[in-house]
Design a protein around this ligand. Sequence first.
Ligand code: SF4
Length: 471
Amino acid sequence: MAKLPGPLEIYPLLPGTNCKECGEANCMAFATKMAEHTVKLEACTPLYEDPKYAKKLVKIEELVTPPVREVTIGVGEFAASIGAKLVLYRHDLRYTNPTSFFLDVPDNLDSEAFAKRVKEIEDWTYMYIGTNLRLDGIALRGVSQDPQTFAKAAKNLAGISNWPIILCSLQPEMLAAGAKAIADKRPLLYAATLDTWAEVGEIAVRHNLPLVAYAPGNLDNLATLTNTLRAMGVEQLVLDPGTASKSGLGSTVNNFTQLRRSAIIKENELLGYPLLAAPIAVWADHREGEAPELTKWDEVLTAASLIVRYSDILILHSADMWTNLPLTFLRSNLYTDPVKPVAVEAGLQTFGDVDADSPVLYTTNFALTYFTVESDIKQAGVTTYLIVIDTEAMSVQTAVAGRKLTAEKVAESLEETGIADKVNHRILVSPGMAARISGETEEASNWTVKVGPKDSSGIGKYLQEGKWKEE
Ligand code: SF4
């Protein structure tokens, strides 16, 4: 397996001036974070700006380039970065750059239907543990087979949306027209094949755009195509080994697995590029009169199989809540850092039109704890202040046991949130699981601590009956 560089290998290649431009205390701290993959090399600006570090820059870029390179589609805040994969198994470190979901828009829709479809894609969202799950980009399909129509649709799309775009056509003339129209939006070109590599490769080089190499069902052909495009000077490549549904899904999954194993375990840098899957292909099998739900089910199954088998980007057709919800949940769970519990921001939260008589509760910043408490307070319908304490994303019981939730910390949080200026009482409701620190908390804070329910499900009744005010 590709060996990930440690801080002692990275450090000698940094300028060594400890200038703090990167936001770290010194070069060693930056090297440590580089080794943990929590900062990017670009943050060390002197390395790029001062010509005397040119040799070091070449060496360090070589050292820290991941076995699967990173490719960026689009520009600005909505740009999608895919790839940059470091490990085959998530438990070895973590997965980076969650699989991007691009949904198709045909180029031959009338302008009203076109805008409606784009809005449908952009508006799809679902709130999950404090994160807005959403789709990532738009795949413009050259259904018209007409370069002018395709270029016009690309221009229109870039005008009404900031989202990253894939230009989809196997005809070089179509891609040439689309790329010329919106090259400044840095679209991904889909795709160069064994028949069209010369023309399409030239378009990618001319506009400096990322390009998909497409060789369905034959990994040797895909490697040859990739090698040829690299030799032409295409720098940012994405590999598509073909997506077959139903009876072919097993071999598709095998191909994706082999490609990723080759890149990370065998260190075959020729195949070290992000992988594209096209579950939309299932719609080619859809027959008129068949229930579309069955085809959508096929698409979800194909997409799910390939999300867990290393696809970095998907092209999908279905935009229903029920089709994308399981896929975005799956992606979210797979790409959550396994060693880092999910946290919410610490601080003061308010529910309803709080006033000086509202109760004051506290909890921890572990996402699952917080959202359970939040939901119970909302259901109670009682205006409430909730102080969220940073316990390094530990639940109440664990945080108390591990001394991450202490009386001093609660007192500090009361101080920091300025809650004493907002209410005319000094009663703090502690979680039932933090009962054992309630006495210490009273001493540290000078607030009266009332121990609330052990289980968050009791909060609603507790608040509604005003138990926190009882003597
Ligand atoms: S910006 Fe570069 S040179 Fe300056 S402290 Fe950070 S790593 Fe060192």
